[in-house]
Design a protein around this ligand. Structure first.
Ligand code: C5P
Length: 371
């Protein structure tokens, strides 16, 4: 507990509920040695600061050790999770944003706060993440097989919305589940993950840097900005192939003399995966395809055209596959191999894809799936 924490709850409450001693003092009375924090730093399997205030976050970003908590963090030898909770303006302040980024760069897992009503009465992000989210993050931090540690991975997810006018858009039924599962699994396995997602209501997985975009063009810009120094890119977004030539600045009206049919003129969007494949190719590049016939031939054509290593194909006509489902029935297509999987959870599919990625990073000359 920090000094500030004891203004919210008492040490006795925490000790009673946790049935454990509470550390508060840097130099506890009666301590036989002045190195308790070194002992404690090596003892834990995982450390979580929940709730973490803007002040504590700033201190650990700077490497200060001026109280028991920050001294412990500086000496820590296990994974650190930080669950911020504060007022929305403090959370959005550029100093706090930067401090959180700094911590992420050092492999601290940030568990983002939720949006809602805050203690101050304001509305916005800043509420401590749900208990179950905290527990899941701790569980994941404890059983990591960090085979992607230090790797930089980009994942695209979700649909794109192509605006027709201020209230209407062209979209698709993608929810982002597959991409978010991939981002979560990659972070769990130690990677530094950037998730670029179209509109999606799924909450950001712990330890993942999320960039929200709307249109294919915006996604392209965000990918370009993130493309340098990538080890891996996995393009799970359902990017619109066409966008209105021009979005109307005003709501399109129907009037009594409107014709029975109207024509919307569309133009091609940039192919983001192809751009990466040709211009900024990471060491491993994975694409997704939705095909309803000639699955393997189509996937292999795309694999070559877009210069990718693996295409993950799903057939939306199969039950429990593709859009919005929690499961997916996929086929892996590489240059040399085709591997068909049973229907399984998107989390399991994500781990199979990352198994492929990890092996490919280790042995770039292999072109098979080896699964
Ligand atoms: O050619 P097709 O659209 O089927 O290719 C699908 C793959 O290409 C997916 O991985 C998707 O994320 C990616 N893609 C893209 N940019 C586009 C269209 C598709 O990155 N404009």
């Amino acid at each position: 507990m920090t000094e500030s924490a004891s203004h919210f709850i008492t040490e006795l409450t925490l000790a009673t509920l946790s049935r454990a001693p509470v550390v508060r003092e840097m130099f506890p009375e009666g301590a036989s040695r002045g190195t308790w924090h070194i002992d404690l730093a090596g003892w834990g399997d995982v450390m979580i600061i929940a709730p973490a205030s803007a002040n504590t976050i700033a201190k650990i970003a700077c490497g200060l050790a001026d109280n028991a908590l920050t001294a412990l963090v500086l000496a820590l030898r296990c994974p650190l999770l930080v669950a911020p909770a504060m007022d929305v303006d403090m959370y959005r302040h550029p100093a706090t944003r930067r401090n959180l980024e700094l911590l992420e760069e050092r492999n601290v897992r940030i568990i983002p706060p939720e949006a809602g009503e805050l203690a101050s009465g304001l509305e916005g992000e800043g509420r401590l993440a749900d208990l179950q989210v905290l527990l899941d993050a701790i569980g994941r931090a404890m059983d990591v097989e960090a085979d992607l540690a230090g790797k930089s991975i980009l994942v695209t997810a979700g649909p794109t919305y192509e605006d027709i006018d201020p209230v209407r858009y062209l979209g698709n039924r993608s929810t982002g589940k597959m991409g978010f599962a991939l981002a979560a699994a990659a972070a769990r396995r130690g990677a530094r993950v950037t998730l670029i997602t179209g509109p999606s209501s799924i909450s950001t997985p712990p330890g993942v840097k999320r960039v929200d975009v709307r249109s294919a063009e915006e996604m392209f810009e965000a990918v370009k900005a993130a493309a340098d120094g990538l080890d891996v890119a996995i393009m799970a977004a359902a990017v619109a192939d066409f966008t209105p030539v021009e979005a109307s600045p005003h709501k399109l009206k129907k009037s009594p003399d409107t014709k029975k049919t109207v024509t919307l003129q569309l133009r091609r969007t940039p192919d983001i995966l192809s751009w990466l494949g040709k211009r900024k190719r990471p060491r491993v590049l994975v694409g997704f395809a939705v095909e309803t016939k000639d699955m393997v031939d189509e996937a292999r054509r795309k694999l070559r055209e877009k210069n990718a290593d693996l295409f993950v194909v799903n057939n939306p006509l199969e039950e429990g596959s593709a859009f919005a489902a929690d499961t997916n029935k996929v086929t892996f297509v590489t240059e040399d191999e085709v591997k068909e999987f049973e229907r399984q959870s998107k989390d399991r599919v994500a781990d199979h894809i990352l198994d492929f990625v990890a092996r490919k990073l280790e042995k770039p000359e292999n072109t098979g799936t080896w699964v």
